[in-house]
Design a protein around this ligand. Structure first.
Ligand SMILES: [Zn+2]
Ligand SMILES: [Zn+2]
Length: 373
C-alpha cells in the first residue's frame, strides 16, 4: 500500500455507522485496510470487531478503538452526515477507528520497533459488553498495557487531557413493586404501588446529598417510571429504573446499601414487596500512575495538555484493567463554546482529532515499549 488517507476513511465510516454487534460492514472495511497494511489478523472468533498484530514478540502493547454507532438520527444540516437512517456515529467512534488505523499504518512502516502492537477494534462499546468479549477471546492475555482514548468535544482539536480518574463507573438499577391493587374508590381494600414509588423516587435523592462526601463525585438519576393504565383502578404493579455513576467502588457500595435500605423499608411501610436489580455495567476508569507519567511527559511533543474535567459517563474500556495496566486520554474534538456533547444528534467531531489521537497512540506506545525492553 503506497499511502493511507485516514480522513477519507473517517468520512466513509461516518457515512455508514452501524449499531452495537451489527458492525459487519465496518468490520470488513477495517479488516481490508489492515490487510493492505500487512498487519496480521488475529483469529479469535469475534462476529464483529477485529484484532490484529504488527511486529513480533514481547512486550505486547494493546491499542484500542471502539467501532459502534448509536440509534440517533443525525442532524440533517450536517455537511458530513450518516446515510444509515436512524443510526449515527454520535459518540465519534469513527474518529477512534480512523486514528487507530492511522497509528497502525505508521507502525506498519516502522520495522525497527521491538515487541508487538496489538490493535483492538472493539465492537459494542455502547451496550457495555464489547470489552468483555475481547477479554473472553483471550486477546488480552500477555498484554503489558492497554492504551485507548475518547474524543471529547469540550476540548479543542490539538488538545489532550489526562489524569488519574477519567470516567465514572456505571450502574443500572431497576425496581419492580408488587401490590394487591384495588378499585380507585376503595384504596383501603388493597395495597397500592403508586405512593411508595413516589416516596422512593423522592427519598433516593437524599442518597448522594446525605451519604456521600461532597468531594466524591456521584450521581443517582431515576430516569424512567411506569405503573397503572386505568384512571379508576389502583394497579398491582409499578416500577422505575435509572443509573448511578461514581469514581470508586467504595462510594458505589455505600450508595447501593442506602438504595436497598430506602426501597425495602418504604415497601415494608406500605405493605408491598419490592424486587431490586443492581447491575454494574462499567467499573470506574482510572489510569495507571506509571503509564500516566509517561504519557504526560510525551504529550507536549505533539499536543497541548489541558486540565482534566473527568466525565460522569461510563466506558467499558475500564474492564481491560482486570488484565493489564490502563492508559486513557481525552483528545479534543471540537472545543467551540456550547458544542453538542456525545450522543446528541448535533454532535460534530473535527477531522483534526484523528492526527492528534494517532500521535497519542504512536508516541505513547513507542515510549512505553522503549522503556520496557
Ligand atoms: Zn457513547
Ligand atoms: Zn463513545
Amino acid at each position: 500500500m503506497e499511502d493511507f488517507d485516514p480522513i477519507a476513511l473517517r468520512h466513509q465510516l461516518h457515512r455508514f455507522p452501524e449499531l452495537s454487534h451489527q458492525e459487519h460492514r465496518t468490520t470488513r472495511v477495517i479488516t481490508e485496510t489492515l490487510e493492505a497494511f500487512g498487519a496480521r489478523i488475529v483469529e479469535c472468533g469475534l462476529t464483529t470487531g477485529v484484532v490484529a498484530d504488527i511486529g513480533h514478540g514481547e512486550p505486547i502493547v494493546a491499542l484500542r478503538a471502539d467501532i459502534d454507532g448509536l440509534p440517533v438520527e443525525e442532524n440533517a444540516s450536517h455537511a458530513l452526515r450518516s446515510e444509515n437512517a436512524g443510526v449515527m456515529h454520535a459518540c465519534g467512534h469513527d474518529l477512534h477507528m480512523a486514528a487507530l488505523l492511522s497509528a497502525a499504518w505508521r507502525f506498519a512502516q516502522d520495522a525497527t520497533l521491538p515487541g508487538t502492537i496489538r490493535l483492538l477494534f472493539q465492537p459494542a462499546e455502547e451496550t457495555g459488553n464489547g470489552s468483555a468479549e475481547l477479554i473472553d477471546a483471550g486477546v488480552l492475555d500477555g498484554v503489558s498495557a492497554v492504551i485507548g482514548f475518547h474524543n471529547n468535544p469540550n476540548y479543542a482539536p490539538g488538545h489532550i487531557a489526562l489524569g488519574r480518574a477519567m470516567m465514572a463507573g456505571c450502574v443500572r438499577f431497576a425496581v419492580e413493586l408488587h401490590a394487591t391493587g384495588s378499585h380507585g374508590a376503595y384504596p383501603h381494600k388493597g395495597t397500592s404501588p403508586i405512593e411508595p414509588l413516589a416516596a422512593m423516587v423522592t427519598q433516593l435523592q437524599t442518597v448522594v446529598s446525605r451519604s456521600v462526601g461532597a468531594t466524591d463525585p456521584a450521581v443517582l438519576s431515576v430516569t424512567e417510571i411506569h405503573g397503572g393504565d386505568v384512571w379508576n383502578v389502583i394497579p398491582t404493579h409499578a416500577g422505575f429504573s435509572g443509573t448511578v455513576r461514581t469514581f470508586s467502588e467504595q462510594v458505589e457500595s455505600t450508595i447501593e446499601q442506602r438504595f436497598r435500605t430506602i426501597v425495602t423499608s418504604i415497601a415494608r411501610a406500605f405493605g408491598i414487596t419490592a424486587h431490586i436489580e443492581w447491575e454494574r455495567l462499567a467499573r470506574p476508569l482510572r489510569n495507571d500512575p506509571a503509564l500516566l507519567a509517561i504519557a504526560e511527559k510525551s504529550v507536549p511533543q505533539y499536543a497541548t495538555l489541558d486540565p482534566l474535567y473527568p466525565s460522569m459517563a461510563g466506558e467499558d474500556f475500564a474492564e481491560y484493567g482486570a488484565k493489564a495496566p490502563l492508559l486513557f486520554a481525552f483528545v479534543g474534538s471540537n472545543g467551540t463554546p456550547g458544542a453538542a456533547d456525545w450522543h446528541s444528534p448535533d454532535f460534530i467531531g473535527d477531522d483534526a482529532t484523528v492526527a492528534t489521537a494517532a500521535d497519542f497512540y504512536t508516541v505513547t506506545a513507542t515510549a512505553l515499549i522503549t522503556q520496557m525492553v
